[in-house]
Design a binder for this molecule. Structure first.
Ligand code: ZN
Length: 248
């Protein structure tokens, strides 16, 4: 039923202030940063072997993480086990008198189904159970330099597409373009026109990053990188290298 320790959730005041320790001093990689609206948190995942550290920053004063930080100044907030079958796990826990928190299951980070067991039933530990969808696990969340990504920004909201240059505690370096200009840019290359819009090297501070997703096929829609190559008949990396040289 329980497959492994999936992650340990640590509540922090601000990701930006905590990442220097976890990522730089300890040298852990930041695998993913995303906002989970249902839990009113922004989270960063840092793999440690097969498990991960999940740093949680509240996005709303009225979230449980905000209350936790206000009361205790941060710390270990929850422990998460990966289970094969969340429904079966909940039934079993129920039969053993364990108390499940709120509505279960709900959608947590990564779009996975999760449920929480009340600390009363566990001896004081908030326990999260997660069932990972096979497809997500098979694809693997592998955000590293050189891969095309979609970057969601806040204040103001923007969506960028491009090839990841660097991801660290300061922010994200992307060789890309605003998503709203993507089609114009592709059309321009298709027709071999004078460049009006085009990609550039962009830096986004971590405070503005809402979500980073891999640019990949969804359903039968190809990824944007694939669409670019199919429409223009050119290699994405070649074209980006040209725009980089052009910018110098
Ligand atoms: Zn968690």
């Amino acid at each position: 039923m329980i497959r492994r320790i999936d992650h340990i959730g640590i509540a922090v005041d601000e990701l930006e202030k905590s990442l220097p320790f976890w990522a730089e001093a300890l040298g852990l990689d930041v695998e993913d940063i995303e906002t989970v609206p249902a839990e009113k948190v922004k989270v960063a995942f840092l793999p440690v072997g097969k498990a991960r550290i999940e740093l949680l920053e509240a996005t709303d004063e009225d979230s449980t993480v905000a209350r936790y930080v206000a009361k205790r100044g941060g710390g270990i907030h929850h422990l998460t086990f990966e289970v094969d079958d969340l429904g079966a796990a909940l039934t079993r826990l129920h039969e053993h008198g364990a108390q499940i928190l709120g509505e279960a299951p709900r959608i947590g980070a990564g779009g996975h189904r999760v449920a929480f067991v009340h600390p009363k039933s566990t001896g004081g530990v908030l326990l999260e159970l997660v069932e990972r969808r096979a497809t997500t696990e098979a694809l693997g969340l592998d955000i590293r330099p050189g891969v095309p990504i979609l970057l969601y920004l806040r204040d103001p909201q923007e969506k960028l597409w491009g090839v990841l240059g660097r991801l660290d505690t300061a922010g994200v370096v992307l060789h890309g373009i605003d998503l709203s200009s993507f089609d114009d840019w592709v059309a321009q290359i298709e027709r071999d026109e004078e460049s009006v819009v085009g990609p550039s090297i962009l830096f986004v501070p971590m405070g503005r990053v809402e979500k980073i997703l891999l640019d990949r096929a969804s359903g039968h829609l190809p990824s944007l990188a694939d669409r670019f190559e199919r429409r223009t008949g050119r290699r994405l990396n070649e074209v980006l290298a040209e725009t980089e040289r052009g910018a110098e």
